[in-house]
Design a protein around this ligand. Structure first.
Ligand code: 9D3
Length: 280
């Protein structure tokens, strides 16, 4: 896993660290409400988020929506008023779940409803919500969720992109991952969180590792040269090139310095030439 120190740490030491951070108020709480708790739990035991939990920096509880039903059949959905196909998640279990969370875990700073009709979730949202101490995530299923949940229970409704998924569970995992990794200490290397491509507003530069030649394809010489200044410059320029070629929409909002703006004019000139040649 590449983090020998954390893996080798004794549970007792970790508990000490967790208590210290809890006292300093740096533990972030998440509560996720779903009809597929095992599916969500399975996505939270591995990797960066799993380690954030065992180290005590992330306090995540997954709640089974059916636990907040009151009928014999544990019904969470019903037919839509007005008729039509599909089923709608009933309001009572979702309101009941958030009330229970309030009583046992405290009043959350945000209640996010996962919805294909929500505003697109961005890196700026991840950074904003990581500053909150407690976020509740509600997962929809079926054709939709009773509108009173969006109006009177959720504080915001969010989508992860324009494609149709079967429910809010995968979006919930994506969002908890994006927020959780912004919590100080969750990602071992703070620098890598700050230098994240979306934080800089550009895509990442290309990466290479050994061998220096693979099936006839060579690694760019500058990376083997040992000239750290030239390597840094190459990476900034290649990050800009990748962004112009693949995500030109990002370039407009990226904070560029004078040198990067000069490169950009050159790269955009090349793109216009490419486009002309493409249409010939
Ligand atoms: C028939 C019209 N569909 C709307 C596009 C209904 C519908 C599709 C998918 C209702 C619910 C769902 C389940 N998806 C989510 O709950 C969901 C989601 C998604 O599908 N894409 C991107 N982000 C999200 S967040 C929640």
């Amino acid at each position: 896993m590449g983090n020998g120190a954390a893996d080798a740490a004794h549970p007792a030491e970790l508990e000490h660290e967790r208590q210290a951070r809890a006292l300093a108020g740096q533990v972030m709480k998440f509560d996720i409400v779903t009809i597929f708790p095992r599916m969500v739990e399975a996505g939270l035991v591995e990797g960066v988020i799993g380690r954030g939990r065992t180290s005590g920096l992330l306090d995540i509880v997954v709640h089974d929506l059916r636990a907040f039903t009151s009928d014999r059949h544990r019904t969470v959905d019903d037919v839509p008023f007005g008729g039509g196909p599909g089923m709608v998640l009933k309001p009572e279990p979702l309101f009941g779940a958030v009330e229970k969370i309030r009583e046992t875990r405290g009043t959350p700073d945000a209640v996010l409803l996962m919805s294909p009709a929500g505003r697109r979730f961005t890196q700026a949202d991840a950074r904003r919500l990581a500053k909150a101490g407690h976020v509740v995530v509600l997962c929809g299923r079926y054709e939709g969720v009773d509108e009173r949940v969006r109006e009177h229970l959720a504080t915001e409704d969010v989508s992860i992109g324009d494609y149709v998924l079967s429910g809010g569970e995968v979006p919930a995992l994506a969002i908890v991952d994006a927020i959780g990794r912004q919590v100080p200490g969750v990602v071992g290397d703070e620098q890598s969180v700050d230098e994240d491509s979306f934080t800089r507003g550009l895509l990442d530069h290309p990466h290479y590792t050994r061998p220096a030649e693979f099936r006839g394809h060579r690694v760019p010489d500058v990376l083997l040269s040992g000239h750290h200044g030239e390597v840094r410059q190459w990476r900034r320029r290649e990050a800009l090139r990748q962004t112009v070629e693949r995500r030109p929409d990002l370039v407009a909002d990226a904070p560029l310095d004078d040198e990067e703006r000069k490169w950009l004019r050159g790269l955009q000139g090349l793109r216009e030439q490419d486009e002309k040649q493409g249409s010939e």
